[in-house]
Design a protein around this ligand. Structure first.
Ligand SMILES: [Zn+2]
Length: 489
């Protein structure tokens, strides 16, 4: 007996539980793709799988819908694998431990994979349903969305004929997504030149912690501090206070798409200056806390002597270049949209700083709804890097997307949503990427909307999927397809 067996609603929850038994973190989708190919065979459906493990399954139109144009439904197979520190779970072998908590499906101590397993479950339930009325369906299951949309990049769309695409990767019911931002990642690397440590200087660890962090797209307008940027200010303050020091390493952050919560620097200083440095840092902690009191709950700056022997430090030139890069590389909102209220148009995040054997790396994630602004911001980063004698590599570029005006699909979804739920729908844009932007490049005439049920705290072990919302969106999906009779669209 499955955990979700009591939740009827055709087979949506049944398939959601089935796929949660098959590990499917990003890069590990082969087994789930094979499971879908078997599912298609068992249901007599045409299917194909490509080298990237993307799967396309087609179902022909029900009676009376033969002349309607096909509808593409799309979601991604992969999930983010995060767990609590005290949870024992192997994401390459173990089933996601589902549980029901009030109106929510959650997992015990791990991410749920509702993002985007619910899309997979919806599509399977549509494909398996014996009596639904609908146009021809083209269900597209993509891979590696979470790590850079690699699946959809590799997807050959030449056998897709649909004029409409429903992307099922949104996380707020009743908000139909019509636009997303583009992005690019930029890796700035500075050669690490070292010299022997000046005599008498001793080592200290300078640490910034206690910051809230967050998603570099959806949380970038909250005004939170970046530990990497604060580190730049602390190091600059020490050098301008005439407290000469040498720098050994600087490190902060783990993901370029997360706001940096913690940063560390190892430095050496004359023992006679150590106390003055500590006082200055203490003062700066108060100043920064006051400055960020509306955005952060805590800013901790600690300074402690290091016992281990330090032999080499960065040359003065390398140190100065590091401080300049930390101060100059952009972080936060660059511009707000004047077209859509409250939408961040363009932003940048200095997510990771890391010291390697022969270089220091600064990893940046740029997002923009307007591609030309993205180019301008990337040019700025490149020039800052050049002025600081560092080099820049960029990768993972994807364009912004805005659906066509007067979208017939949006009008249909809004009317259907209102009729089915008695609630007022909205259309919206986000400051993050969705796979629609890469479909738009391959199939420029598509009319696309992204939608989905309420999901909370995705990409964290607190991820939860609303059961009632999942049911409402399922009813909206079925009714939308039913209304696509040839004379109605
Ligand atoms: Zn997703």
């Amino acid at each position: 007996m499955g955990v979700l067996d009591t939740l009827g609603t055709d087979q949506v929850f049944y398939y959601f539980e089935e796929i949660s038994k098959i590990p499917h973190g990003s890069g590990n989708e082969a087994a789930l793709a094979e499971y879908l190919m078997n599912f298609a065979r068992q249901h007599g459906l045409i299917a194909r799988k490509d080298d990237a493990n993307n799967v396309i399954i087609k179902k022909s139109a029900s009676k009376g819908y033969e002349s309607a144009s096909a509808v593409i439904l799309q979601g991604h197979l992969d999930m983010v694998c995060e767990k609590n520190a005290d949870t024992i779970h192997d994401f390459t072998k173990d089933a996601i431990p589902l549980q029901i908590d009030g109106d929510f499906i959650t997992a015990k101590g791990t991410t749920l994979g509702g993002d985007d397993g619910i899309a997979v479950a919806y599509m399977m339930a549509l494909l398996a349903h014996p009596t639904l009325e609908h146009p021809a369906l083209e269900c597209v299951f993509t891979t590696d969305e979470e790590t850079g949309m690699e699946g959809v990049r590799a997807l050959d769309t030449s056998d897709l004929t649909g004029k409409y695409l429903l992307n099922l990767d949104s996380e707020e019911e009743g908000k139909f997504l019509i636009s997303s931002s583009g992005g690019r990642r930029l890796k700035v690397s500075l050669a690490a030149n070292r010299m022997p440590k000046p005599e008498q200087e001793t080592g200290f660890l300078l640490r910034i912690s206690g910051l809230l962090g967050g998603h570099s797209g959806s949380d970038i307008d909250l005004g939170r501090a970046s530990a990497n940027k604060l580190m730049g200010r602390l190091l600059y303050a020490l050098s301008s206070a005439n407290l000469p020091f040498s720098l050994v390493s600087v490190d902060g952050g783990m993901f370029d798409n997360a706001i940096c919560r913690e940063a560390n620097a190892v430095l050496t200083i004359q023992p006679s200056d150590a106390e003055k440095a500590e006082q200055l840092l203490h003062q700066l902690q108060k100043t920064m806390y006051a400055e960020y009191r509306h955005a952060e709950t805590d800013i901790l700056i600690t300074w402690e002597p290091l016992r281990e022997e330090i032999t080499n430090v960065f040359t003065t030139e390398t140190k100065e270049n590091i401080i300049s890069l930390l101060l100059l590389l952009p972080y936060g909102v660059e511009s707000m949209s004047l077209a859509i209220p409250n939408l961040v148009e363009c932003s940048s995040n200095l997510g990771i700083v890391s010291t390697k054997a022969d270089e220091i790396i600064f990893e940046n994630a740029v997002r923009s709804a307007v591609d030309s602004r993205k180019e301008a911001l990337c040019a700025k980063i490149e020039r800052i890097a050049q002025l600081c004698h560092a080099k820049t590599e960029s990768f993972g570029d994807y364009p912004g997307w805005i659906n066509k005006e007067n979208s017939a699909l949006l009008a249909l979804l809004q009317a259907t949503y209102q009729d089915v739920t008695q609630k007022e729908p909205m259309s919206t844009a986000i400051h993050a990427g969705v796979e629609c932007s890469l479909f738009a490049v391959k199939m420029p005439d598509l009319d696309m909307i992204s939608l989905g049920p309420d999901l909370f705290d995705v990409h964290t072990p607190q991820e939860r999927l609303s059961i009632s919302s999942t049911i409402r969106v399922w009813e909206v999906l079925k009714e939308t397809l039913r209304r696509m009779k040839p004379h109605q669209v």
